[in-house]
Write a protein that binds this ligand. Structure first.
Ligand SMILES: OC[C@H]1O[C@H](O[C@H]2O[C@H](CO)[C@@H](O)[C@H](O)[C@H]2O)[C@H](O)[C@@H](O)[C@@H]1O
Length: 592
């Protein structure tokens, strides 16, 4: 049985990532890319579906931390016999995929258990496993289909019933380094070279990157860890940003709301870029911009709301019936059917992010303006159609108020490109559409009786996405209509001080079951409070949310305040990027 979600930490090489538990077990790892099939999938089943564990016997306390500002995880186990440290990382550098695990004795003599159980293709396939002699040492090689995994180390575990096990003792000064490397199965092992100084290089690079992070922000350490986590989820070669490195961690334990997030949503990626730029990081923005332009190239009508890390379009959704699911939450899904949905907010987020890129990098770099113009012109023809909205409902398409407000953003930023940056375009037409959408939202998205904007045009329900309206400048934050909407959202969507996205009871999303407060929405509330002048409330909520991060500063998508546990995919970009945004807004608003 997998651990509670908050008991995991992420390590990664900016191509893929692994989840390491407080019990020294790597329970999730897809190689070589975020969306490759998992070779360790115990997270969504049992150890039988693949895990790699190094743990002492009789642990009575465990402490974890990342080394400085890096993605190197250090877990210190204390037992009755002594203390041992496990260091986990995925070095970067030459396009190879390695996991490095170092066991270091600190005090006493501690007995360690080692289990290496590889199951390829999401736990379905037992590999063909052999010992080899390579460059003067023994290695273990596991092969099936396209994948080959090579385990190296000073003492290799022995084969026992479809797994490899060992026990050994470590004392002060002992250092045992194990590495697992993925290679395509046709590549000869002779090509496998040593790691050299890639471990040290990866740490230095992270530390250098994190040094430019602002120190004057509330919960600055958490903000830094959020930025590093967003960077970890940005594919270093293609620039694609995944929404999370996991699939099917349930929004409700035991429920069916289990989705694959190992893809690049234009919305999540654009918002990530906005947060990175606002926090002073522009390089990732340029990498992502290049990814975006390659991915969306073609007929504007074929724009998708998400793509694979390399820009591929087909992400068919399948269920994996052989996996029992995280804590029995079924089905386990790979791929995501939402890829073919219409979500009209997406171009608003993209145009806003590109507007910021333009502001920090200058207009001269905007050779892709023609493409942006084509996308905006296409939206001008379709914005009045109902859509699936920001929450990707699987029920009937609606006229979502948030989607329409983001259509306003798309045209507003297009107008800005002409007015402020001097780019060419039919600005008169764009101004007309912008103003028309604005008037429509005020007329049809507003409920005078309740004094609030509503989730869509045919309901009196509210939706936490409406908190974005003041953040994007649709109306000033102190406008009575925004203040009324904040109050209605507090009244109707707050659970134990945190915000639900919407009330699932209405059936609007077409799904069975329920979900928990969505952390990004609570971070939006922090920003909305601060902008509306409720600075004390903003700080109090931000402090509360900061306390929900796990011991290494990571957040999942949702939080169950009754069970006090995280739910949903982990770590989730949406939660971390809205945390960064909220911290920046709070810093501008000043102290409580
Ligand atoms: O809860 C239903 C939907 O959940 C996923 O979408 C959510 O995650 C996306 C990625 O972070 C985010 O962009 C979206 O706003 C969220 O609602 C899932 O991908 C959908 O298929 C599902 O319908």
């Amino acid at each position: 049985m997998a651990l509670p979600i908050e008991d995991y930490a992420v390590i990664g090489d900016r191509r893929t990532a692994a989840l390491v538990g407080t019990n020294g077990s790597i329970d999730w790892l897809c190689l070589p890319r975020f969306d490759s099939p998992a070779c360790l999938a115990g997270l969504l089943g049992t150890p039988e579906h693949g895990h790699w564990q190094l743990v002492p016997e009789g642990v009575y306390s465990t402490e974890r931390r990342y080394v400085g500002a890096s993605a190197v995880l250090e877990t210190t186990f204390t037992t009755a016999d002594g203390v041992v440290r496990l260091t986990d990382l995925m070095p970067r550098g030459d396009g190879r995929a390695d996991v490095v695990r170092r066991v270091s004795g600190v005090s006493g003599r501690v007995r360690m258990r080692h289990e290496w159980r590889i199951r390829l293709d999401y736990g379905a396939v037992h590999p063909w496993v052999r010992r080899h002699h390579l460059h003067g040492e023994d290695v273990i090689v596991a092969i099936a289909g396209p994948d080959q995994l090579v385990l190296r180390g000073p003492r290799l575990p022995r084969a026992t019933d479809h797994s490899h096990n060992d026990e050994f003792e470590v004392g002060p000064g002992d250092d045992l380094v194990f590495t697992m490397t993925w290679l395509p199965s046709h590549v000869p092992l002779d090509d496998l070279h040593d790691l050299g100084d890639r471990v040290a290089q990866s740490i230095d690079e992270d530390e250098a990157w994190a040094r430019s992070c602002r120190e004057d922000l509330p919960h600055a350490d958490l903000v830094r860890r959020s930025l590093l986590t967003l960077r970890l989820m940005t594919h270093e070669e293609t620039g694609g940003i995944v929404a999370a490195p996991t699939t099917s961690l349930p929004e409700e334990i035991g429920g069916e709301r289990n989705w694959d997030y190992r893809f690049c949503w234009l919305r999540d990626a654009a918002l990530t870029i906005t947060s990175l730029i606002d926090a002073g990081y522009t390089e990732e923005a340029m990498l992502w911009r290049a990814w975006l332009l390659r991915s969306v190239a073609g007929d504007p009508q074929d724009l998708q709301i998400m793509y694979a890390v390399d820009g591929a379009r087909r992400l068919p959704e399948h269920e994996l019936p052989h996996l029992p699911g995280y804590a029995g939450s079924l089905p386990v899904r790979i791929g995501n059917g939402a890829a073919v949905q219409k979500q009209h907010d997406v171009l608003g987020e993209v145009m806003d992010a590109l507007d910021r890129v333009r502001t920090v990098r200058g207009t001269a770099e905007d050779e892709a303006w023609a493409l942006q113009r084509a996308l905006v012109d296409d939206l001008a023809r379709h914005w009045q159609e109902p859509d699936h909205g920001i929450w990707e409902i699987r029920g009937e398409p609606r006229h979502f108020t948030h989607s329409r407000a983001m259509v306003w953003v798309a045209f507003d930023r297009a107008v800005r490109a002409v007015e402020v940056h001097g780019l060419p375009g039919p600005v008169e037409k764009w101004r007309r559409v912008r103003d028309e959408v604005h008037a429509e939202v005020l007329a049809r998205g507003w409920n005078e009786e309740k004094g609030t904007f509503t989730q869509h045009y045919d309901t009196d329900e509210v939706d936490a996405s409406l908190l974005v309206l003041p953040l994007v400048g649709f109306l000033p934050a102190d406008d009575p209509r925004i203040l009324g909407t904040i109050e209605a959202i507090e009244r109707e969507l707050m659970r134990d001080g945190l915000l639900l996205r919407y009330r699932t009871e209405t059936g609007v999303d077409g799904l069975a079951g329920d979900e928990h407060p969505f952390l990004a929405c609570s971070f939006w509330l922090v920003s909305a409070y601060a902008l509306a002048g409720r600075v004390k409330d903003a700080h109090a909520l931000f402090d509360r949310l900061a306390a929900l991060a796990n011991d290494v500063g990571l957040l999942a998508e949702e939080y169950d305040p009754v069970a006090s546990r995280m739910t949903g995919n982990f770590p989730q970009a949406f939660s971390h990027l809205t945390l960064v945004q909220a911290a920046l807004v709070l810093a501008d608003a000043g102290p409580a």
